[in-house]
Design a protein around this ligand. Structure first.
Ligand SMILES: Nc1ncnc2c1ncn2[C@@H]1O[C@H](COP(=O)(O)OP(=O)(O)OP(=O)(O)O)[C@@H](O)[C@H]1O
Length: 711
């Protein structure tokens, strides 16, 4: 019985590479496999040459480093016999045994899915597109379009998330399937439920069918006049933490907790959604994970400092930010760049202790360690908040990850045991539709009409008082992605692949332009105009209309915008951390500044996310990035160049690494430049206001400059 071994898939979870723990025999087979030009690239799967079936390599005994080749049913049996059995990368994204793959195709699954991600669809049959009637478009993510639809048989309203991927590319399919697997492993009232998948043997697209949720926390909080009471805040927090506790107890980190990923239904039930950035983790065997995850405003300091060994604490930090936001009515640390984000964190939470710097050995420590420590000011800053809330914030926003506790311990904290207690979800008020997308459209409409009372005005109010509305959409954790797509040499082919109209046609759904499509088209056009005209006006003077503008792949101004902050901040970094160890390498060369919600050129937000990188191996090809064992990407090139809108070449860099030794000076200078830019934006705004009426959220004079430093 011969086997073929290969290196781990680029999309596998970022656990230690199984190949490194396999025997030399296996390793040599791996070489054979490559020499044979085998397409099987996962280390955990082996092909049985006798019957053509696949089995996975399972680590039976960590101490003895003993691994065995087992079929899925054998794995289950083994796990029962020996609870300590560790399945490397389990659940793998590899194919199921050939026989099962055939069964899956016979059951109606497309072969491109069954062949590479059989695990994700195991035991399910595909749902048919004609069972659903599409109603409205309700969400637009980087990798998805979400629709409200009705199951015509039962009348049930559902959300259909059409995920974008390249069905001809196994890596892309596997990565997409990862989200499905996470969702299938989770089963909790505060986790979004995946009800099924729509596709067909002939289809090249896939829809995830979810229970329908009327609101998301960002959208809800953006509703004019909405202000949560303490029992309401507790009720939402309790649900977030319960959902997280479930994820963590199943070894899953969410890694993108933010308001727009917290969906709420009309009964007040909150559910954590969007597991596209999720990852498995093993608390006992810390294995390297990417640091380039979590949306900037919610990203913990250790990730900003480049940590690759982390656990539940990253989600707890984000939850602490949400708690603060629910009381403050606005994001508590809306940084525009990674540097600024870290600075905001230090200013609020204090800088890490000497002990922390010494022990943690985080990659960017030497660069970011302030000469003078920052004092912690959480209690002082939020002295108006209820004491128990500040207590919990203080824990969740601990600089040292280990001190953040767990979701379970947070649920037992005084915050939930002191009066007023959390209200019952069913007693929460019923709200009108309030998706982030609704807020965006409302805002856009107000902006277009120059109507007083639009979001721009509300935002102004928020600036004045601490108890304004939340609801400012956070930047995404993958803002540079569109840019990468734009730079792909084969971008035409790609955009054709992702052409929504083609996708629609291929999906089996009728081509009904949903109500929102037109509105969104309008928004998009305006986004482009805005971006070309605007504006570094900062998150608080931007409306929700910016929410997804960063996601437009074909906007050439994005390149300029991103390149610009490098110039602006004077923080053009050179990648210096390309170590050779098997830790995950820093992300691919990336724009210094990314396009982000409500900012001129946005934070250095994630190029990041493993998900995005993994899915976008196309990007890797372009910038010479190779996948790591754990599926993340790194670049051998210290700097990449891209063409800006002016045709000028911009140098982009990876994680923010600066040559300065004095981080205080650096941060000050950075802040000064951002403030200066804000001032200019305001001046422009005032000037334009004289001509165009009183309510304008954006400036119309372009202040983006090229990297030649024309500011
Ligand atoms: N089950 C659901 N019910 C109602 N709306 C939903 C549902 N799932 C997602 N949405 C809406 O669609 C939006 C995008 O969904 P999601 O975040 O899962 O996609 P994504 O492509 O991963 O987005 P992102 O780029 O923000 O990560 C959400 O912000 C939400 O408003």
């Amino acid at each position: 019985m011969g086997c073929i071994y290969g290196k781990p898939s680029a999309i596998e979870d970022s656990r230690e590479s199984p190949r490194e723990r396999l025997s030399s025999k296996e390793s040599s087979d791996s070489r054979v496999s490559r020499a044979n030009g085998s397409k099987r690239e996962e280390g955990v799967w082996v092909k049985d040459r006798v019957d053509g079936g696949d089995a996975r390599i399972v680590l039976i005994d960590r101490k003895a480093n003993e691994s065995k080749r087992l079929y899925d049913d054998q794995v289950e049996k083994k796990k029962k016999e020996k609870p300590e059995v560790v399945v490397v990368n389990y659940p793998g994204m590899g194919s199921v045994p050939k026989a099962m793959e055939g069964e899956q195709v016979a059951a109606g699954w497309p072969s491109w899915l069954a062949a590479v991600a059989g695990e994700a669809i195991k035991g399910w049959v595909p749902l048919r597109a004609d069972t659903y009637e599409k109603l409205d478009k309700i969400g637009q993510g980087t990798y998805s379009s979400v629709y409200k639809a009705r199951d015509v048989t039962h009348g049930k309203v559902v959300a259909l998330k059409r995920v974008r991927f390249d069905n001809l590319d196994p890596e892309s399919v596997r990565f997409m399937a990862r989200e499905i697997l996470f969702l299938r492993r989770l089963d909790h009232p505060n986790i979004i439920k995946l009800e099924g998948l729509i596709t067909s043997r002939m289809s090249c697209s896939l829809y995830l069918v979810f229970e329908y949720m009327e609101h998301d926390l960002t959208g809800l909080a953006s509703l004019p006049g909405v202000k949560f009471t303490e029992p309401q805040v507790k009720c939402y927090m309790q649900q977030i933490l319960s959902g997280l506790d479930h994820c963590h107890s199943r070894g899953i980190l969410h890694r993108d907790i933010k308001g727009s990923n917290l969906l709420i239904d009309n009964h007040g039930i909150l559910k954590i959604a969007d597991f596209g950035l999720a990852s498995y983790f093993d608390p006992h065997h810390r294995t390297p994970l990417t640091s380039r995850v979590v949306t900037l405003w919610y990203r913990p300091p250790e990730l900003l400092l480049g940590a690759t060994q982390y656990g539940v604490s990253v989600d707890l930090w984000s939850t602490g930010c949400i708690l603060g936001e629910l009381y403050a009515g606005k994001p508590i640390m809306p940084g525009r760049t990674e540097v600024e984000q870290l600075h905001k964190i230090f200013k609020l939470c204090g800088s890490p202790s000497e002990d922390f710097w010494r022990k943690s050995k985080l990659p960017h420590s030497t660069v970011f360690k302030p000469q003078q420590p920052y004092r912690r000011r959480v209690a002082e800053t939020y002295k108006d908040f209820p004491a128990a809330a500040v207590g919990l914030m203080d824990t969740l926003l601990s600089i040292e990850p280990g001190q953040r506790g767990t979701a379970a311990s947070a649920l037992k904290s005084e915050f939930f045991t002191t009066k007023p207690l959390a209200c019952d979800p069913s007693s929460l008020p019923k709200y009108p539709p309030s998706k982030e997308i609704d807020a965006k459209l409302r805002d856009e409409e107000a902006r277009r009409q120059g109507v007083v009372g639009g979001r721009g005005q509300r935002v102004e109010l928020e600036r004045k008082g601490p108890k304004g509305s939340l609801g400012i959409p956070a930047p995404n954790s993958n803002a540079e992605l569109p840019m990468s797509m734009q730079k792909r040499p084969n971008s035409k082919a790609r955009s054709e692949m992702f052409n929504p109209h083609q996708d629609e046609a291929a999906s089996g759904f009728p081509l009904d332009p949903p109500r929102y499509t037109q509105a969104l088209n309008g928004v998009s056009k305006d986004f482009l105009e805005q971006r070309n005209r605007v504006s570094h006006s900062g998150p608080l003077v931007q409306g929700a209309a910016w929410a997804k503008s960063r996601k437009k792949p074909d906007d050439p101004s994005m390149a300029a915008a991103r390149a610009d902050l490098s110039t602006l901040s004077g923080l053009v970094a050179t990648r210096t951390l390309l170590s050779d160890d098997r830790r995950e390498k820093p992300g691919p060369s990336q724009p210094e500044a990314t396009n982000q919600v409500g900012r001129r050129s946005g934070p250095l937000n994630d190029w990041e996310s493993s998900r995005r990188q993994d899915r976008k191996h196309h990007t890797q090809r372009i910038v010479g990035v190779r996948p790591m064992d754990d599926g993340k990407a790194y670049s051998k090139e210290p700097i990449m160049q891209a063409q800006g809108s002016t045709g000028k070449k911009y140098a982009f860099s990876g994680p923010l690494l600066v040559q300065a030794n004095n981080v205080d000076l650096l941060l000050k200078e950075h802040d000064r430049k951002i403030q200066e830019d804000d001032r200019r934006a305001r001046l422009n705004k005032a000037r334009i206001g004289k001509f165009q009426g009183p309510v304008k959220q954006v400036t119309s004079k372009p202040i983006l400059v090229s990297s030649s430093g024309g500011r």
